[in-house]
Design a binder for this molecule. Structure first.
Ligand SMILES: C[S@@+](CC[C@H](N)C(=O)[O-])C[C@H]1O[C@@H](n2cnc3c(N)ncnc32)[C@H](O)[C@@H]1O
Length: 299
């Protein structure tokens, strides 16, 4: 991806000072607010990963929210330092498809990163546009509590008015992916193609539900509703499922990589310790997926 390296470094310095990821104030208060409202109770591992109850959601937020949020931002800094974001900033809007959204982890991370990117560029005066951006989100999750919390957290982000991004339309879809593709495509048709399609930590349940082949086909179909002029598709997954991540990326003809990230751990007992780990990601241009599809079609 071609991007402005100085801008990328400046954005990184803002969201991960000294390369250590911590929640910025804009997100931390929202996160703390959600935690305060939810009951703390021990839940099964499955419920913690794929929450369907208030207790499960609380456990998910405790264990995964910050970690997944950082990974999304870490993976998209180059996008936010490149031409595609310049166009989005100029038109004043960005459109997100957040599949397996959980409590809108990716949508919130993207809104806050867009805000950070605009904070950086407002100082250099290099970006055209009003200097603010509206983020339109389609949230897709089979868990009602995740969708409700996702909407609530995004609305609270708007009310806090801390940065240069605000949330526009929030469309929650409870239809399971890939059936939800019909809705994703209809929304894109009626509004605009998706600038970022994000599938964060959802490949495991998808591959269990529809197989690797079905997952690959479904993601390709979603990508057809994406912006072929600079739009990106992001997949994230933990390193323990590197095999699955690689298999899906390989089948789609896109690159898979391992990335390293250092974060301040957010749990009530160990708030200040730092923790370095690797995770799997694939961040590819939508046009690349379309091109890989045509090669597959010819073959
Ligand atoms: C591990 S959570 C990840 C949440 C968020 N994307 C993140 O990165 O933190 C996976 C989510 O996928 C949802 N999910 C599972 N199968 C799904 C399907 N077929 N369609 C939509 N969402 C699904 C679960 O309900 C769960 O909230």
């Amino acid at each position: 991806m071609s991007y402005d390296r100085d801008r990328a470094s400046a954005i990184r310095a803002l969201v991960a000072p000294e390369d250590i990821w911590t929640l910025r104030e804009s997100a931390e208060s929202l996160f703390a607010d959600s935690l305060r409202r939810l009951p703390k109770k021990e839940v099964s591992e499955d419920e913690r990963r794929y929450p369907t109850s208030p207790e499960g959601l609380r456990a998910f937020l405790d264990a995964f929210f910050a970690r997944h949020y950082f990974q999304i931002q870490d993976s998209l800094i180059e996008y936010f330092s490149g031409r595609a974001f310049e166009s989005a900033a100029q038109r004043g809007s960005i459109h997100i498809a957040d599949v397996g959204s959980g409590p809108a982890v990716a949508s919130l991370a993207i809104a806050d990163l867009a805000s950070a990117a605009l904070e950086v560029t407002s100082k250099t005066g290099k970006l055209r546009g009003s200097g603010v951006i509206t983020v339109h989100c389609v949230l897709n999750d089979t868990s009602d509590i995740c969708l409700a919390e996702g909407r609530a957290i995004l609305e609270r982000y708007n009310r806090a008015r801390t940065g240069r991004a605000s949330i526009g339309r929030i469309l929650p879809l409870s239809t399971p992916f890939p059936d939800s593709n019909t809705h994703f495509r209809r929304v894109a048709h009626m509004t605009a193609p998706y600038d970022i399609c994000c599938l964060g930590y959802v490949m495991v349940p998808l591959s269990e539900q529809i197989g690797v082949d079905g997952t690959t086909k479904a993601i390709r179909l979603l990508a057809q509703a994406g912006n072929t002029n600079g739009g990106h598709l992001l997949l994230t997954q933990d390193k323990f499922r590197e095999d699955l991540h690689d298999e899906i990326c390989h089948a789609m003809g896109v690159a898979a990589e391992m990335a390293e990230l250092k974060q301040r751990v957010y749990d009530s007992e160990n708030q200040n310790s730092e923790h370095t780990y690797t995770y799997c990601r694939s961040c590819s241009a939508i046009s690349e997926i379309a091109a890989a599809n045509s090669v597959v079609a010819i073959a």
